[in-house]
Design a protein around this ligand. Structure first.
Ligand code: CP
Ligand code: NVA
Length: 337
């Protein structure tokens, strides 16, 4: 298996075998890290990390992973660079492609990360766009594998705004890997129809079942994972909060919902999460609408079924696998050594 020189833009471009290879590689690199075994398989390379939206996990995962692989990461904040204002993506890509061995991009439309890949001539990794968040799903799948032994045949229910990057990428990942996927939301928050059609064709091969359900109690029966995300994503206007709260409150992950799913069920969230009043936005929403939590109750977030911090840690191991797979020479031999 070689993914060398490839980009990682959406899981749609990767076969189930390639995704499983990345998960195996991430698990091997994680074990090496825990054992204190160095794995500087990309020694001397340089990577650019472009963030047009804010980040804690993704940025730190790329920076730590790059350092562990022996690389030098350069963080580019659009407010302090020419990107978008004075220089197009195509021009930026051609400049960065001359200096860097790989480029990470977090920002708005998927077409921006596609253009970077097209014009830079080096591997480009999607660190989140409006449409997809593929590195997050790799971390999620590794976490599911660690907690349940395998992904195939397990059931993941996504509750909340299922039109956006997280639900779309989870649906693709599940369809590819044979994991049952249910989107539980009001009908107008279901994933885009064209993506559902693509995923149904993929699921027909893998054996995954895709389901779209408006009733939370019916959706979560027998779920292994209940997953949620913020109700308003980065880049959306603040004015949407009122409607979003009205529409999505019945889809909050509560203790009752976890109990209906059963004791086997684990709670997952890509983070950041609004589960208490310890954030600026959380407090603002409380003052305006009286809510003490949004997409998940604090008792679920902090409860025994919650595996959100295992998931967050796995961002680093899986992002490392993506960079190593697309950049390192002689990777297989280096990892087995
Ligand atoms: N889950 C995730 O992408 O987190 P950040 O926004 O902190 O990178
Ligand atoms: N849907 C969220 C995911 C954050 C990791 C957003 O795009 O803001």
């Amino acid at each position: 298996m070689t993914l060398k020189n490839g980009s990682f833009l959406t899981l749609l471009d990767y076969s189930a075998e390639e995704i499983e290879y990345l998960l195996d590689l991430a698990a091997a690199l994680k074990a090496q890290k825990k054992a204190g075994i160095p794995h500087r398989v990309c020694e001397g390379k340089n990577v650019a990390l472009i963030f047009e939206k804010t980040s804690t996990r993704t940025r730190c995962a790329f920076e730590v992973a790059a350092a562990d692989l022996g690389m030098h990461p350069v963080y580019l904040d659009p407010s302090a660079s020419q990107i978008g204002k004075k220089e197009s993506i195509a021009d930026t890509a051609r400049v960065l492609g001359r200096m860097f061995d790989g480029i990470e991009y977090r920002g708005y439309g998927q077409e921006r990360v596609e253009a970077l890949a097209k014009y830079s001539g080096v591997p480009v990794w999607n660190g989140l766009t409006n449409e997809y968040h593929p590195t997050q799903v790799l971390a999620d799948m590794l976490t599911v594998r660690e907690h349940f032994g395998s992904v195939r045949g397990k059931k993941l229910v996504f509750m909340g705004d299922a039109r956006y990057n997280m639900a779309s990428s989870l649906m693709i990942g599940c369809a590819k890997l044979g994991m049952d996927f249910t989107a539980c939301a009001p009908q107008k928050y279901f994933p885009p129809k064209d993506l559902i059609a693509k995923c149904e064709a993929i699921a027909a091969v893998s054996g995954a079942h895709l389901c779209f359900e408006t009733d939370p109690s019916a959706a979560v029966q027998g779920a292994h994972v209940i997953y949620t995300d913020v109700w308003v994503s980065m880049g959306e206007d603040e004015s949407v909060w009122k409607t979003r709260i009205n529409d999505l409150e019945p889809y909050r992950v509560t203790r009752e919902i976890m109990a209906i799913a059963g004791v086997q069920c684990r709670f997952m969230h890509c983070l950041p999460a609004f589960h208490d009043l310890e954030t600026g936005i959380g407090l603002d929403i409380y003052q305006k609408f009286g809510l003490t939590c949004m997409e998940v109750e604090n008792e679920v977030f902090e409860g025994e079924s919650s595996i959100v911090f295992d998931e967050a840690e796995n961002r680093m191991h899986t992002i490392k696998a993506v960079m190593a797979a697309t950049l390192a020479e002689g990777l297989q031999a280096a990892i087995q050594a």
